[in-house]
Design a protein around this ligand. Structure first.
Ligand SMILES: Cc1cc2nc3c(=O)[nH]c(=O)nc-3n(C[C@H](O)[C@H](O)[C@H](O)COP(=O)(O)OP(=O)(O)OC[C@H]3O[C@@H](n4cnc5c(N)ncnc54)[C@H](O)[C@@H]3O)c2cc1C
Ligand code: FES
Length: 264
């Protein structure tokens, strides 16, 4: 695989505009960072320095759901899973820090795409909202499948509907909302509609299963892979992904990959 071009990431100051819970264990964060808002593209990520622990040197990589270049804001959804995201969740409007971005390569909408399917599992909804937005801007009809463990953890449905997604289907593992089971239960039948591509983000086994379904339906599929990321700009080799072209860094060659290039 070709060496990626140097990372476009820069360090930006940001101030928090909004940081609110939107589902069980999930926050929606909007930051003011005008130059980042103008530069970041759907599927790319940004890495947050979260104040409050001087021993914590590593930034937190997060995807983004939407960016408003005019307002100078970027919005993300994040799951509170450990110390860093707990400290981020405690930050208040007006609090400041720095964010490194934009990082990596995002989604590609095939030229002339008429109909796209986006599939989110859990907090994978964040870059999927951005993917749906990109596909709608390109003039495609978009269907969506959103899965979560349980109804209380679902988020992003309103955002997908507001973007004009035609058919938004929900699955929960416990059946408390939508179809009981995994996203694959809805993705399988939908693939008969014939999509120009499937874009997916969620737990890796879910993406592997969706990629296999897409392949079976002879439909192109892109996946946004999550890896531990120490630097976020190609300097440390902590974010390796095995591909048919060898090991590559997710922060520079990804996080979005053509599913057929990934060695699952
Ligand atoms: C490109 C990219 C985009 C991401 N986008 C989002 C997003 O939009 N929303 C969101 O909620 N999360 C996202 N993540 C995951 C997020 O970075 C981690 O959940 C976060 O770093 C955890 O930090 P922590 O200090 O709270 O948890 P820690 O205490 O560090 O860890 C808690 C748990 O999360 C795991 N973890 C920690 N860091 C990562 C990481 N970088 N990747 C995978 N697992 C990790 C740990 O192994 C542990 O199981 C993304 C990760 C990557 C690489
Ligand atoms: S996170 Fe350092 S090389 Fe990717």
């Amino acid at each position: 695989m070709a060496t990626p071009t140097p990372s476009p990431a820069r360090i930006h100051d940001f101030a928090i505009r909004e940081n609110v819970p939107v589902a069980e264990g999930v926050m929606r964060l909007t930051i003011e960072a005008p130059r980042l808002a103008a530069a970041i593209r759907p599927g790319q990520f940004m890495s947050f320095a979260v104040p409050g622990d001087t021993t914590q040197l590593i930034r937190i990589p997060l995807s983004f759901a939407s960016a408003d270049a005019e307002a100078g804001t970027v919005t993300t959804f994040y799951a509170v899973v450990g110390d860093g995201t707990r400290r981020l969740a405690a930050m208040q409007p007006g609090d400041t820090s720095t964010v490194l971005g934009p990082g990596g390569h995002g989604w590609t909408i095939p030229a002339g795409a008429k109909r796209m399917l986006v599939v989110a599992g859990g907090i994978g909804i964040t870059p999927i909202i951005a993917a749906a937005s990109l596909a709608r801007e390109a003039g495609a009809e978009v269907d969506a499948v959103v899965g979560a463990l349980t109804a209380a953890k679902l988020c992003g449905i309103d955002e997908l509907k507001a973007l004009g997604c035609a058919d938004v289907r929900v699955t929960t593992d416990d059946g408390t909302a939508g179809t009981k089971g995994f996203v694959t239960a809805e993705v399988g039948p939908l693939l008969d509609r014939g999509y120009d591509a499937v874009l997916t983000c969620g737990p890796e086994p879910m993406m592997r299963a969706v990629a296999a379904q897409a392949r079976g339906a002879e439909t192109r599929c892109q996946v946004s892979l999550e890896r531990m990321m120490t630097c976020g700009f190609g300097a440390c080799n902590t974010c390796n992904v095995e591909t048919v072209d060898g090991m590559v860094g997710a922060c520079m060659h990804g996080p979005v990959f053509d599913a057929r290039r990934v060695v699952w």
